[in-house]
Design a protein around this ligand. Structure first.
Ligand SMILES: Nc1nc2c(ncn2[C@@H]2O[C@H](COP(=O)(O)OP(=O)(O)OP(=O)(O)O)[C@@H](O)[C@H]2O)c(=O)[nH]1
Ligand SMILES: [Mg+2]
Length: 263
């Protein structure tokens, strides 16, 4: 999840590339009906169910309304998803969503999708991306945190915040951003206080308290050019969904005889 252009699709392809280097399989589920180009072919694609172009042409919707229509259509035809999904115990799906922010704040589409996945026994973790190059001041950081928080409270699933595009930050900006990865209350109050007018002080305090109560202030930096950084984000998501805990160790095929018995 995350605002338009925050790096959601890049996150998905980066994780799949990384998984391949560690002989792990991940599948892409594309739920962005406007997505046109893919680094990896999606295993499940909303465009096989409904096309944004058709919706715009036939129903006269604009791009944003059309997109919401497509996702609502998916929820009404959730059998499509159930039929498309594999039934492997260790299926790992990366679900790429569109960037319309209202999807994460106002609509019930994503919560409905999550409950379908839960019904199908998937463990779901929300990963919310914010573009690090935009989060360069306290007010922008707050705006980003509040958007991430509204997704989190709506979904009630394990939630991880990621600052994307850290590779684009010059070293000095990187140090600035590090202040916000795990900031102390005093830092937040101080920074937001000096960036806004005194009359907002009470509001600022209330916001900092809210952010603290939801334990929302931590962000993981993601530099897609740095394998360690990619691995760190992946292992936090793995931990959140307890990936691997239920997996049976697999016997290599050559140790089975023709009857499937172990030798
Ligand atoms: N250098 C760099 N560029 C990135 C990174 N992530 C995304 N980009 C670039 O940012 C632009 C948007 O990235 P996408 O991955 O398409 O973002 P998105 O969130 O899927 O965008 P929408 O689906 O349109 O909401 C593209 O030009 C990407 O190449 C990153 O980690 N580093
Ligand atoms: Mg995208």
């Amino acid at each position: 999840m995350g605002p338009a252009g925050s790096g959601k699709s890049t996150y998905c392809s980066t994780m799949i590339t990384h998984a391949q280097t560690t002989s792990r399989t991940m599948h892409l589920m594309n739920l962005d009906p406007a997505a046109e180009e893919f680094t990896y072919k999606p295993a499940v694609d909303i465009k096989d169910l409904i096309s944004l172009e058709d919706v715009q042409e036939e129903l006269g919707y604009g791009p944003n309304g059309g997109l919401i229509y497509c996702l609502e259509y998916l929820i009404q035809n959730i059998d499509f998803l159930e039929d498309e999904l594999g039934h492997d115990d260790d299926d790992y799906l990366l679900i790429d969503l569109p960037g319309q922010i209202e999807l994460y704040t106002a609509h019930t589409i994503i919560p409905q999708l999550v409950s379908t996945l839960h019904r199908l026994d998937y463990k779901v973790c929300g990963v919310y991306l914010l573009d690090a190059t935009f989060v360069d001041s306290a007010p922008k950081f707050f705006a980003g945190v509040l958007s991430a928080m509204s997704a989190m409270v709506q979904l009630e699933i394990p939630h991880i915040n990621v600052l994307s595009k850290c590779d684009l930050l010059p070293p000095a900006k990187r140090r600035d951003i590090e202040r916000y990865l795990n900031p102390e209350r005093e830092l937040l109050v101080g920074d937001i206080g000096s960036a806004t007018r005194p009359k907002f002080q009470a509001l600022n305090h209330a916001l900092v308290q809210l952010i603290e109560e939801y334990n929302m202030v931590s962000f993981l930096p993601l530099d897609v050019a740095d394998e360690e950084s990619v691995e760190m984000v992946l292992s936090c998501v793995d931990n959140a969904v307890q990936y691997g805990e239920d997996l049976e160790p697999k016997e290599p095929k050559e140790f089975d005889n023709d009857d499937g018995e172990e030798l």
